[in-house]
Design a protein around this ligand. Structure first.
Ligand code: DX5
Ligand code: ZN
Length: 228
């Protein structure tokens, strides 16, 4: 189980300190939301910020989520900035396949995200090529939104495909994740939990990460099987 605080919910006046706080929190990944004001109706931050915080969070895996219409112009800058994985959106259609190969060529892991209104079958042709499916549980663009429960069957479906086809990809959830919704997602098959507001919003990030980890581990169907 991976816990990934999202820098989008941190204090923007102190990105460096916030990255250090995440680094010391016991989290596994740092999630970096990149918004271009076109694919989503908001703008966040770019490769220069990612490069600036990278040395402050050396032991964290940098999970870069591109909510961008033209990721092809951003892959190299984010790879150079220190991304370990780059996630693009399946809604980009014909561009998805070449983008996956470009990310691989840069030596980075590949994630493929799917928005709430998009059918989960859209990711199916790409499952053998990717390291992670990101099931969006809010419409992307803003932190602090409410979890959309209708997304849960999509998690179950990608988990079923993973089992049937014996594939190694992770299943990440992002948007409205708190201790309660994280548990629901874990029961559905998610193993990677992005949380902005419910983690960075807490004064004691370390305690919040530990609590979420405990809760998702307790909801892990694989571990539940072992207990029987
Ligand atoms: C939503 C972003 C999320 C965001 C989640 O557009 O992709 O990663 O940071 O924020 P919370 O956890 O506050 O919903
Ligand atoms: Zn995200």
């Amino acid at each position: 189980m991976i816990i990934a605080p999202s820098l989008l919910a941190s204090d923007y006046t102190r990105f460096g300190k916030e990255a250090e706080r995440a680094c010391k929190s016991g989290a596994d990944w740092l999630h970096l939301d990149i918004m271009d004001g076109h694919f989503v109706p908001n703008i966040s931050f770019g490769p220069a910020i990612v490069a600036a915080v990278r040395p402050r969070a050396k032991n964290l895996f940098f999970d870069v989520h591109l909510m961008c219409s033209r990721p092809e112009i951003l892959l190299e800058p984010f790879a150079n900035a220190g991304a370990d994985q780059i996630t693009i959106h399946v809604e980009l259609g014909d561009q998805v396949e070449p983008l996956i190969w470009k990310i691989k060529k840069l030596g980075k892991k590949v994630g493929l995200a799917v928005n709430p209104p998009t059918a989960i079958t859209a990711v199916q042709p790409h499952l053998e090529q990717i390291d992670m499916v990101l099931v969006m549980t809010v419409n992307p663009g803003f932190g602090g939104q409410s979890f959309i429960h209708e997304c849960l069957p999509k998690i179950q479906q990608v988990e079923a495909w993973r089992r049937e086809r014996k594939l190694p990809y992770r299943i990440e959830v992002d948007g409205g994740i708190n201790n309660q919704t994280a548990a629901e997602c874990a029961r559905a098959g998610a193993d990677t939990f992005v949380a902005g507001t419910s983690l960075f919003g807490r004064r004691n990030l370390k305690a919040a990460v530990a609590k979420m980890r405990k809760i998702v581990n307790a909801s892990d169907p694989a571990l539940a099987d072992l207990k029987v």
